[in-house]
Ligand binder design. Structure first.
Ligand SMILES: Cc1ncc(COP(=O)(O)O)c(C=O)c1O
Length: 391
């Protein structure tokens, strides 16, 4: 067989494909595995989404190719949502671009903008796909530590001037995966100023903006004045509307960045299936505030149970203000071994913290997306396993 391309040789397997492989092996041996690793919401999408797709799929004219930048109605719905939710005005024709989920958009952005040797500012810890897109493009990562004592925000003032001058992109994500931190508007104002001063693209990955706890409210990176001169934001239907498998998201903001991203994407993929755009419009326009509040209550209930129980399983959880995970330090400081052994011995899968960057080695990430009963069983298993091991 011919060898794969060099670019793939430097790209480790994606963390969840490795976990899924291990799970498959254990299941084949007859073990029942409870997954607390991946952030795939367990709830159903809003009813209007399901009814819309059912109606739309039955129409014979709805099955052809769609345009590369989506339908005007979908773009208008996203723009309308940003206006009412964040007070951000977007031109639906030039400032909204559908994505096949935000993961696709963020990797294609790296391919569209980065040359080998370019530098990118990436939070350490953060969603693994940022680093993977950068590696695929042959560019370099400059890790920005996220520290608890700074609210898990990067300290932009500590970036040396020569690094800032070399950097081409800054990735941000609040509400944050994996820490659950939420950023305030003044942080994004500072980030916009920093990026404008150094000619850096500000890329806000914001799939969790509706999932917050204890009265917290997420903001958009596009809210500061002048943000659209340097920034785009990626929104997603995966977490907000329990539509992870539908692969629908959108990039919004700076026209020129979206034009370049479309140039990249239109050479790789094609528009979505029309019923999916229509379902997306239904999600944005017909989902009630109550539906979202109930979803958040479920996550908050699971969060509180986890926070109360995890210390008995050898973990120090950090209370999240948003998103759908708990970031927890392993008492003995070895996250990879904890996650490996929890899967092999307690049959509970967690994500090892080093998947999120070098700063994550002492941690594991636990998802709140498992139904309550299964989650309680998983916690019981972890507690029992930990107490047996620490005897
Ligand atoms: C921070 C972050 N960005 C992007 C994604 C990918 O979302 P999507 O399903 O829209 O590709 C995830 C998924 O877990 C995520 O946590």
């Amino acid at each position: 067989m011919p060898e794969p391309a060099d670019r793939l040789k430097h790209l480790p397997p994606y963390v969840f494909t490795s976990i899924a492989k291990q799970i498959q092996k254990l299941k084949a041996q007859g073990h029942d595995i409870i997954r607390l690793d991946i952030g795939s919401p367990d709830g159903a999408p809003p009813l209007a989404v399901i009814e819309t797709v059912q109606r739309s799929i039955a129409l014979p004219d709805n099955h052809g190719y769609t345009s590369y930048n989506g339908t005007p109605a979908f773009r208008r719905a996203v723009a309308g949502f940003y206006q009412s939710r964040f007070g951000v005005t977007l031109n639906p024709d030039t400032q909204v671009l559908p994505l096949i989920g935000s993961k696709e958009g963020l990797v294609n952005l790296c391919l569209a903008y980065l040359n080998p040797g370019d530098m990118v500012l990436v939070p350490d810890i953060g969603y693994p796909a940022y680093a993977r897109g950068i590696l695929l493009a042959g560019a370099e990562i400059c890790w920005l530590p996220l520290r608890e004592n700074n609210g898990f925000l990067p300290d932009l003032t500590s970036i040396p001037t020569d690094v800032a001058q070399r950097a081409r992109m800054l990735w941000l994500n609040y509400p944050n995966n994996p820490t659950g931190a939420v950023a305030r508007l003044d942080f994004f104002e500072q980030a916009v100023e920093f990026c404008r001063a150094h000619d850096i693209l500000l890329l806000s990955d914001n799939p969790y903006f509706e999932i917050t706890f204890d009265g917290e409210q997420a903001v958009s990176a596009l809210q500061p004045s002048l943000a659209d001169s340097c920034a785009i934001e990626m929104m997603s239907f995966s977490k907000t509307y329990n539509m992870g498998g539908w692969r629908l998201g959108a990039a919004v903001g700076n026209e020129e960045i979206l034009r370049i991203l479309l140039q990249m994407k239109s050479n790789i993929d094609t528009g979505h299936f029309l019923p999916i755009y229509e379902a997306g419009i239904a999600a944005l326009e017909e989902t009630s505030a109550d539906w979202g509040a109930q979803r958040n209550q479920v996550y908050q209930r699971r969060r509180d149970l986890m926070l109360a129980t995890l210390p008995d399983a050898g973990l120090d959880p950090i209370p999240p203000k948003g998103a759908i995970y708990i970031w927890a330090r392993v008492h003995n400081g070895d996250g990879a071994t904890y996650a490996h052994d929890a899967l092999e011995q307690a049959h509970v899968s967690l994500t090892p913290g080093d998947a999120f960057g070098p700063g994550g080695t002492q941690y594991v990430r636990i998802s709140l997306c498992t139904p309550d009963e299964q989650m309680q069983l998983a916690l019981e298993r972890l507690k029992r396993w930990h107490s047996q091991n620490s005897r």
